[in-house]
Design a protein around this ligand. Structure first.
Ligand code: PLP
Length: 396
């Protein structure tokens, strides 16, 4: 009996794309094997993080890197690092941030439900810009000067959510940060592909960048990458690692933790809740290597093939039309958009796919336009005909 069956849990087909509620995606066998291999021997976790730092630095162009339990966890660590620096007293106090630099500036249009990560570190968010879509004024979204005007004595960081439509451009924001010596944290959780984005945000001047390990990167679902300035990554590490150690017996890897910069040894910090084990670190590094080795083009073709299997099988089905978006952009995730001809057809079909066996989750975000969207990242090649057959049966 399979593990899930023994637990009485049904497996599903995830055609929605990486989503935590759907347990993320499928790991390649090499990634799963790396996790099993890592589980067979113990190591000094700081030493393993230092090795991860070297690999992540190479992949991202950053000075240093780190692994935590997700991009959100990395953003919490990033915020804590910007507030506490290398001061063990400040680290110990978080999330009580009274008296510290504890304000994080954020463009209002970039606010999102993941910013709990910033607030749970003890920071408060100072919003700037009002992209007024109601009256038609405020057409320019936020501008660099608005960020600059919000900088004060309490500013710990500027937070930037990277996306195709994010305003102002990151380079303009990091220029403001540089001028005032305020670090810029970039949430790039879902910005892969294209692969070039691994290096892009660092090269545009970001001080810290977070990527999700469990999305397109294909690592363990509970993993994320933090990369950036060495001193900030060191602060993140010190607030994350188990530091129940005696000072005279403690010999952390110098590339990750430079003891000379510390006036005392921190206790467990706020990042203790963001733990990543050796298995996650090993899995993530393997996934990162495979991601780089495969490259955008081959990855895009692999996804496209899956969608085309479905599209071909649906070609003969009446009451619907299909289109692949992103077919010619190898730096994108292609998606199969199914448009229903009958009114309310998409919502009914989505529900039927969910209720069948196995339950199939597609992306419902365009159902108001009578469309359902299939994302190829999180299901297997063998699932493609199953998805197509179920759609065909459910509409006829
Ligand atoms: C997915 C996502 C996150 C969270 O990433 P996890 O690795 O699941 O913690 C944060 N921010 C944005 C914009 C995301 O899309």
């Amino acid at each position: 009996m399979s593990l899930y069956a023994a637990l009485g849990v049904k497996t599903i087909i995830n055609a929605k794309g990486p989503a935590t509620r759907l347990s993320g995606g499928l790991m390649r066998p090499e990634v799963a094997e790396a996790m099993v291999e890592a589980s067979r021997a113990c190591v000094d976790i700081a030493e393993l993080q230092a090795a991860a730092s070297r690999e992540i630095a190479k992949a991202t162009g950053a000075e240093a890197g780190y692994v935590a339990s997700g991009a959100s966890a990395c953003l919490l660590l990033a915020t804590a690092a910007c507030m506490a620096g290398l001061d063990p007293g400040r680290m110990a106090r978080l999330p009580d941030s009274r008296g510290l630099k504890n304000e994080v500036i954020m463009v209002r249009s970039q606010r999102n439900l993941y910013d709990h990560a910033i607030r749970s570190a003890g920071a408060s968010i100072v919003e700037v810009g009002l992209p007024d879509r109601y009256s038609g004024a405020g057409v320019r979204d936020a501008e660099p000067w608005e960020i600059e005007a919000a900088i004060g004595e309490r500013t710990a960081a500027i937070f930037y959510v990277a996306d195709a439509q994010s305003e102002p451009p990151l380079k303009a924001v990091t220029a403001v940060g540089r001028r005032h010596r305020i670090p810029v944290i970039v949430d790039a959780a879902a910005q892969l592909p294209p692969q070039a984005n691994l290096k892009r945000f660092i090269s545009e001047g970001a001080d810290l960048v977070a990527f999700s390990g469990g999305k397109v990167l294909g690592g363990p679902q509970a993993s994320g990458i933090l990369c950036g300035r060495r001193d900030l990554v060191m602060s993140a590490a010190l607030q994350h690692l188990d530091l129940d150690v005696y000072e005279d017996l403690w010999a952390p890897p110098k590339t990750l933790i430079d003891r000379r910069k510390l006036k005392g040894l921190p206790q467990h910090g706020i990042g203790r809740t963001c733990k990543a084990g050796k298995e996650e670190i090993a899995g993530l590094l393997t996934a990162l290597r495979l991601f780089i080795k495969e490259g955008d083009k081959a990855r895009h073709e692999r996804w496209l093939k899956r969608l085309k299997v479905i599209q071909k099988k649906l070609a003969k089905v009446s009451k619907l039309a299909t289109e692949i978006e992103g077919e010619s952009d190898s730096g994108s995730v292609p998606q199969l958009v199914v448009t229903m001809s009958a009114k309310g057809g998409a919502s009914a079909l989505i529900k039927r796919l969910l209720d069948g066996t196995p339950s199939i989750h597609v992306d419902p975000f365009r159902r108001a336009r009578n469309q359902l969207v299939i994302n190829p990242v999180c299901f297997a090649d063998d699932d493609a005909p199953v998805v197509a057959d179920r759609i065909a049966r459910s509409v006829s």
